[in-house]
Design a protein around this ligand. Structure first.
Ligand code: G3P
Length: 214
């Protein structure tokens, strides 16, 4: 499973990339607001750090406007994937981007039927939001299971990108279900590497090493 980092904060991306653990980056308007920097400049910086796909989100509502708005992002680098909302206009835009050879990531997906339409439109990635489904009392991961099954049934090439990840269990479940990509906040990436017994074990090995004649 590929791991993308879900942030627009350059320092987080740099650090995660320094460990060789980042296959791509996802951003959205909320993450861009949190980063507090010019969006185009931020995307340019990210493209200097990461070779894999970088999702840049459009905010236009009409397909033609989405395509126009995306020009300033696609001009940055070949690895920019345009994130479009899961609307009918978004689906129209996905097809238009596909004809231009531009990658797309259909975002704000909350049902299997939405994911089916995104795949039929030719999306490169589909982003089901598991955390937000959990927030309203659903089980986000059930949606991932359904989408993986549907895409397998028909051989769709659209990659299932698990988004709105809140904790390492989401990542593990995504991997068990065979999702193609999981995009994780920086904090979750750090948590994934941690285990209390690893820390205890390192401490013990270090203490014992002191006793080894050298
Ligand atoms: O990739 C989409 C993700 O950033 C949304 O996460 O936590 O705002 O639901 P969240």
């Amino acid at each position: 499973m590929e791991i993308f980092i879900d942030t627009a904060i350059i320092d987080e991306i740099k650090e995660a990339a320094s460990y060789g653990l980042v296959d791509g980056v996802t951003t959205n308007p909320s993450l861009a607001a949190k980063a507090g920097k010019n969006y185009v400049e931020t995307l340019k910086e990210i493209s200097q750090i990461v070779d894999g796909p970088i999702s840049a989100e459009v905010v236009s509502e009409k397909a033609e406007d989405m395509v126009k708005e995306a020009e300033k992002y696609t001009a940055i680098s070949k690895n920019i994937a345009i994130k479009v909302p899961m609307t009918l206009e978004g689906m129209k835009a996905v097809r238009m981007f596909k004809e231009k050879g531009i990658m797309t990531n259909v975002t704000l997906v909350f049902s299997a039927n939405q994911a089916l339409l995104a795949a039929k439109a030719g999306a490169t990635f589909v982003s089901p939001f598991v955390g937000r489904l959990d927030d309203i009392g659903h089980t986000g991961m059930e949606l991932i299971e359904e989408i993986v099954q549907i895409y397998d049934n028909y051989g769709f090439e659209t990659k299932v990108l698990v988004a709105s990840v809140r904790h390492p269990e989401h990542v593990k479940e995504a991997a068990l279900l065979g999702a193609d990509v999981c995009t994780v906040p920086y904090k979750v990436l750090m948590q994934m590497a941690k285990h209390a017994l690893t820390d205890v074990g390192i401490k013990k090995f270090l203490a014992d090493w002191e006793k080894v004649p050298k």
